[in-house]
Design a protein around this ligand. Structure first.
Ligand SMILES: NC(=O)c1ccc[n+]([C@@H]2O[C@H](COP(=O)([O-])OP(=O)(O)OC[C@H]3O[C@@H](n4cnc5c(N)ncnc54)[C@H](O)[C@@H]3O)[C@@H](O)[C@H]2O)c1
Length: 258
């Protein structure tokens, strides 16, 4: 028996990276998946790949920070597959700077994508789950949200917010048999941890080689995480294996954070 047979999952930010790996794993475990991304090209490409393997998938291009986009994503998923059983709030982004150089725009952008996006997706999915008294909400934090990191006060605040939000929501939704949990990846091989071309400027995606090398050398398992390492933990939270678990945070960091 497959772990997600007959289930319907929305996975935000699943056009690439960790979310894409999760979509592949969930589909392989029997779920119909709504692939969301702000980037239509990767969103459509991932859906084409999944359909090519015989899986059920639809593309939902949407910006998770926009209420009307999120509503449409949820409506389209219900129209295609009938319901929503699982929501994984995976969409997230970094934009690093030392706190004294961080302007409001940079601060708010990171809160919006990582925290507000999570909140809006929950807002639109919860009524569907409440109506059937079941559902799995899986949120994405980060070891940065648990231990902080230089140059990432904006991201630490947003991911710390995701953890607090998860715990509060878990308490509110337990009476409706809806589980709300959260995982915090450490260092995972995606474009967020790729070496930045210019090496020294941390204002965009990616990190300088020195930061990446020293980060990986601090991991007790001795290797960077792969997207599927995180996808497996999300699968645990999305499946019946975690039916009696709620409000938890699992660090997926190869021992970086114990
Ligand atoms: N890679 C890591 O080491 C690491 C560590 C800790 C936490 N995380 C978290 O894991 C999640 C996935 O990260 P990843 O490394 O796979 O990154 P990624 O950049 O490879 O994938 C994230 C996807 O989210 C999409 N996205 C960004 N903003 C969006 C928006 N407003 N609406 C919809 N989609 C949007 C992007 O287009 C991208 O395809 C994020 O929440 C990230 O913060 C990653």
């Amino acid at each position: 028996m497959k772990l997600l047979e007959g289930k319907v999952a929305i996975i935000t930010g699943s056009g690439r990276g960790i979310g894409k790996s999760m979509a592949e794993l969930f589909a392989d475990e029997g779920a119909a998946v709504a692939i969301n991304d702000i980037d239509a090209d990767v969103c459509n490409a991932t859906v084409a790949e999944l359909k090519g393997k015989g899986f059920k998938a639809i593309a939902c291009k949407a910006d998770v920070t926009k209420d009307e986009d999120v509503k449409k994503m949820v409506d389209d998923t219900v129209a295609a597959f009938g319901t929503v059983d699982i929501l994984v709030n995976n969409a997230g982004i970094t934009k690093d700077a030392m706190f004294h150089k961080m302007d409001d725009k940079l601060w708010n952008f990171i809160q919006d994508v990582n925290l507000l996006g999570t909140i809006l997706c929950c807002k639109h999915v919860i009524p569907i789950m409440q109506a059937k008294q079941s559902g799995k909400i899986v949120n994405t934090a980060s070891t940065t949200g648990l231990m902080g990191n230089i140059g990432q006060t904006n991201y630490a605040a947003a991911k710390g917010g995701v953890i607090g939000f998860t715990k509060g929501l878990a308490r509110e939704l337990a009476m409706h048999k809806i589980n709300v949990n959260c995982y915090g990846p450490g260092f995972v091989e995606t474009r967020l941890t790729a070496v930045k071309a210019d090496g020294g400027d941390r204002s965009g995606l990616g990190i300088p080689k020195g930061v990446r090398d020293s980060g990986i050398s601090a991991i007790p398992f001795g290797r960077i995480g792969q997207p599927v390492d995180v996808a497996k933990v999300a699968l645990f939270f999305a499946s019946t294996l975690s039916d009696y678990v709620t409000g938890e945070v699992i660090s997926v960091s190869g021992g970086l954070l114990i």
